[in-house]
Design a protein around this ligand. Structure first.
Ligand code: FES
Length: 319
């Protein structure tokens, strides 16, 4: 068993690309880190009290380093800015044991990895994992420009460099990503994985669907959900606690439950991490997260309480 959270030391920090730091985290005593699967992320506990999720970009078979790539986003709510401030070489920070909401399908005949900007991070770990299992894959890295990218040297030096394809918006059009060409000949055993900014991912997913890739073969990881809490007020009945509370317009279910003394475990507060997942016993959720799969959403028996709302006048929750 591994601890839920543990301390690591920042062994190396590099500025790569525009506003990106690439950091290597290790056990302070040099020991082995908990294992992780490609696609996994860790919770990073920041000095300002925030907790943020970052994908692991290192080789899963290397138990001595977790590599993160973190873009400093001036529009963020303080997470990436605090991460840039606290992840200095030699600093001790607390992280959570890796969790994976974006796993590889183990027996795919072909895997197409498509990353946009800093969304390349989980896909690099996937590329390592697929390389280590001698699987058939290709990695497409899209970015505004070469100068905005991190990990380019590492990818060029990797044993799978020939499988890496770079696509830059500001370079000639013949090197830009054409998914119709990439996915030509895709069959039921071709799986596509994408991570990046929402607009980019929506384009990749839309193109993949248009080209006939079934939804079950399209795998995605968003950084952030559409966490606006607009929408009419509704009631939440907390069955286990025997309490009822009104969720006002613009208020999250988590905040409404707090007013009647019901504390919900939260981490990202953005519908990404799954910490606040709860079973729905009655009523229809208005899903606003990016954690649940399309099938899970359609089942309407689970909800992410930090961001989602209700389509019905009330929800009965198993809390
Ligand atoms: S707190 Fe992360 S999904 Fe709700």
């Amino acid at each position: 068993m591994y601890e839920e959270t543990f301390q690591v030391i920042v062994r190396r920090r590099q500025e790569q690309g525009k506003d990106i730091i690439v950091v290597d985290l290790a056990r302070p005593d040099g020991g082995e880190l908990p294992p992780f699967e490609a696609g996994a992320h860790v919770d990073l506990y920041l000095n300002n009290g925030l907790v943020r999720q970052y994908s692991l970009a290192s080789r899963p078979s290397d138990r001595h380093v977790y590599r993160l790539g973190i873009l400093r986003d001036p529009a963020s709510r303080g997470g990436s800015i605090a991460a840039h401030a606290c992840l200095i070489e030699g600093a001790i920070v607390r992280i959570g044991t890796p969790r994976n909401n974006f796993p590889l399908v183990s027996n795919a005949k072909r895997s197409v990895l498509v990353g946009g900007g800093i969304g390349i991070t989980p896909l690099i770990a996937m590329a390592w994992s697929l390389h280590d299992t001698a699987a058939n894959f290709e990695l497409h890295y899209c970015s505004r420009s070469r100068s905005a990218c991190a990990f380019l040297d590492e990818l060029a030096a990797s044993p799978f460099a020939a499988r890496v394809h770079l696509h830059f918006d500001d370079e000639p059009s013949n090197q830009q990503l054409n998914l119709a060409t990439v996915l030509a000949g895709a069959d039921v055993d071709t799986h596509i994985y994408t991570c990046g900014p929402k607009g980019f991912m929506d384009w990749v997913i839309g193109e993949a669907r248009r080209l006939g890739i079934p939804d079950r073969n399209i795998h995605k990881e968003y950084f952030q959900a559409d966490t606006n809490t607009d929408g009419a007020a509704f009631d939440v009945i907390a069955k286990k606690s025997g309490k009822k509370v009104r969720v006002a317009e613009g208020q999250s279910i988590v905040d409404a439950l707090a007013t009647v003394g019901i504390k919900v475990n939260v981490s990202c507060k953005q519908g990404v991490c799954g910490s606040c997942l709860c079973t729905v016993l009655e009523g229809e959720p208005d899903h606003r997260d990016v954690f649940l799969t399309d099938e899970e959403r359609a089942a309407n028996d689970q909800i992410l309480l930090c961001c989602s709302r209700a389509k019905t006048p009330y929800l009965v929750l198993d809390i």
